[in-house]
Design a protein around this ligand. Structure first.
Ligand code: NAD
Ligand code: MG
Length: 387
């Protein structure tokens, strides 16, 4: 069997690294075409020297010289800039990992989809802000979207896509994040360090903060709506602190099918890498006797208002999810930079949503415009809070 050509967008991130870890365990099976990163040239160059892609791209153009120098003599082409990332995504890879964080991943993810690649999609923000556009492009180009997000990967494994009318409910599990048992008063004073220290999963900073506010679960509800033929009313969220049951699908007869596993993203990533086959992974095996008990609880939307914001953006439709996502990205960054408090994140997203509503987003240009406008209003509200 000839090696499969693969590209990793966001190769230096948490998902990107886990993907390279798996690829490195089966070097004969895969051939790297392109690796991309935002600004971490040292890590990108080290990965490029090890995995020998044809092209390495750094999105931040200021790092072009450093990347070129680091790859001198290797024969690996260096490029820089957002357009170069999108061009890398459009190279003829058989499989593309879309693991850029945020709406910044939308154009590159779309480029891979439009070229008809099998796209392992971790970049949930792309689906949240432009789900209709991405899924239509996938249908038009014959591109298969394989969800990497552990919940959606679980659903993908147990959802009868051929007979979706037999599905009655899809239940997304949520760990509840580091502040699951905190009062609102306690949450008022939490630091970025506390927010990114997730009790179960090790992830990038942005998704870790999203997990702490439960916005992550809200984004995932919207993501699920685009990936599976279910109405918003058929989607539910269930808090499950151990993160062993990754999600559940209920059928009309009352049967509930779930996918379980230890919380290690290499399991869902390996599923997408091997699909429709399966490959062995080094992930710790699930030992339910050792775990002893699994617990479940309803999410508390009073302490975690971000969840309802996402539900209302999904119901409002049009550009509301893009507005929600962009406002959240700006607010999360402001929290990480210590410019606002933890509870301000959801408050700012709520205010931006109430000001901008659900603008029409018939094409990509309109999505980008809604995204930009939401970023502008969020930044303005953050400034106003600080004065
Ligand atoms: P991360 O912050 O660790 O990595 C992000 C990657 O994107 C890095 O390689 C970075 O260089 C690149 N990047 C950032 N901004 C960019 C830009 N403007 N242009 C080009 N590249 C850019 O994030 P992560 O935790 O790996 O998450 C990546 C995506 O996967 C997110 O959408 C996240 O929601 C999703 N996801 C992650 C996990 C997880 O366990 N980490 C689980 C489920 C879903
Ligand atoms: Mg998830």
């Amino acid at each position: 069997m000839s090696a499969r050509a693969i590209t990793i967008l966001g190769a230096t991130g948490s998902i990107g690294r886990s993907t390279l870890d798996l690829v490195g365990r089966q070097p004969d099976r895969y051939r790297c075409l392109a690796l991309t990163a935002h600004s971490n040239v040292d890590e990108l160059a080290a990965a490029a020297r090890r995995f020998r892609p044809e092209l390495a791209v750094v999105a931040d153009e200021r790092h072009y010289g450093a990347l070129k120098d680091a790859l001198a003599g290797t024969g690996i082409e260096a490029a820089a800039g957002a357009e170069a990332v999108t061009a890398a995504a459009a190279l003829p890879a058989d499989w593309v990992m879309a693991a850029i964080v945020g709406a910044a991943g939308l154009q590159p993810t779309l480029a891979a989809v439009r070229r008809g690649a099998t796209v392992a999609i971790a970049n949930k923000e792309a689906l949240v802000c432009a789900g209709d556009i991405v899924t239509k492009a996938a249908n038009d180009a014959g591109s298969r979207l394989l969800p990497v997000d552990s919940e959606h990967n679980a659903i993908y494994q147990v959802f009868d896509a051929e007979r979706p009318e037999r599905v009655s409910r899809v239940i997304l599990t949520a760990s509840g994040g580091p502040f699951r048992t905190f009062t609102l008063g306690q949450m008022q004073a939490v630091t970025p360090e506390q927010a990114v220290a997730h009790p179960v999963w090790s992830m990038g900073a942005k998704i870790s903060v999203d997990s702490a506010t439960l916005m992550n679960k809200g984004l995932e509800v919207i993501e699920a709506h685009h990936l599976f033929p279910v109405t918003p009313d058929q989607l539910e969220v269930l808090v499950h602190p151990q993160s062993v049951v990754h999600s559940l699908v209920e059928y009309v007869d009352g049967s509930v099918l779930a996918q379980l596993g230890t919380p290690d993203m290499r399991t869902p990533i390996a599923y997408t890498l091997a699909w429709p086959d399966r490959v062995a992974t080094p992930c710790r095996r699930l030992d339910l006797a050792a775990i002893g008990q699994l617990s479940f609880e309803a999410p508390d939307t009073a302490r975690f208002p971000a969840l309802n914001l996402a539900w209302s953006a999904l119901r409002a439709g049009a550009g509301a999810p893009a507005v929600l996502n962009a406002a959240n990205e700006v607010a999360v960054q402001a929290f990480l930079d210590r410019r606002i408090g933890f509870l301000d994140i959801a408050a700012i997203v709520a205010e931006v949503l109430s000001r901008l509503g659900a603008p029409a987003v018939d094409d990509l240009g309109a999505v980008m415009a809604a995204d930009q406008e939401a970023r502008r209003v969020a930044a303005m509200l953050i400034e106003a809070r600080r004065n």
